[in-house]
Design a protein around this ligand. Sequence first.
Ligand code: ATR
Length: 281
Amino acid sequence: MKVDAYAVFGQPITHSKSPRIHQLFAEQTGQTLSYIAQEVSADAFNSAADKFFSQGGKGLNCTVPLKELAWRYADNLTERARLSKAVNTLVLQDDGGILGENTDGTGLVTDLTINHAIKLSGRRILILGAGGATRGILAPMLEHHPEQITIANRTLGKAEIIAAEFAHLGEVISSDYPNLDRQRFDLIINATSASLNGQLPPLADNLLSEQGCCYDLAYGNEPTTFVRWGIAQHARLSLDGLGMLVEQAAEAFALWRGIRPQTSAVIELLNSERGKTLPSA
Ligand code: ATR
């Protein structure tokens, strides 16, 4: 019997947790499939994806630095993927076309609202960074009707462009870091790539409202620099993106297989494997 084949493409990819997550999902739901991680550079992306699908591959995840290329590669895009200009999931359709979807934002929103009971509606939210990661999360967050989302970026122009593109979906404002002064936010999300280098955007103290929460889209074996900042700011919860990783994978799995796996046991397992559950203040 030929097994349905899936893969994640990216560079670097060696430490990807996706094969493990999808294997756990497959066991849990009784699905038979293969899922491998493949190192693919930006230059090689189109030919690698062509080869994968021509050999019978059913679906791909794409991660750094390939999400924009995957967005261009897809024959059809969901509305949220179109706005994101980034795709993390490609799906082979019945007619042979390739559908591009971005499950990152839904993954984040599920982790925030379901796993951690963090309410978004009516809240003041600050997103740090104005790159592809921010584009990927904005539409699903705005569906929850926050009072306002402010996008802060070192390069103000990039934040302005994104704010304008998403303005039809809700109240989206742009700012540089110095002008955040004297504002208070209920939720601060780090969507910069600063964490990966152990750096932090230039954040003032007192940006977080009492009982406010922090969330870093990045994750690691140790709390990230931004998670530590949140704890120092007395965040009610200061979380990293491990839950989002598992939730975005569950969304992709559901698109491919038509069945949504349970995520809590998988998140718990991955958390225990990094030695500890993240601290909250
Ligand atoms: P991604 O697709 O992961 O979002 P990106 O498009 O390269 O990656 O965007 C990275 C984001 O992180 C940008 O918003 C960048 O700010 P600039 O646009 O001003 O360059 C932000 N960033 C990276 N390192 C940072 C740092 N040390 N402090 C603040 N912002 C940082």
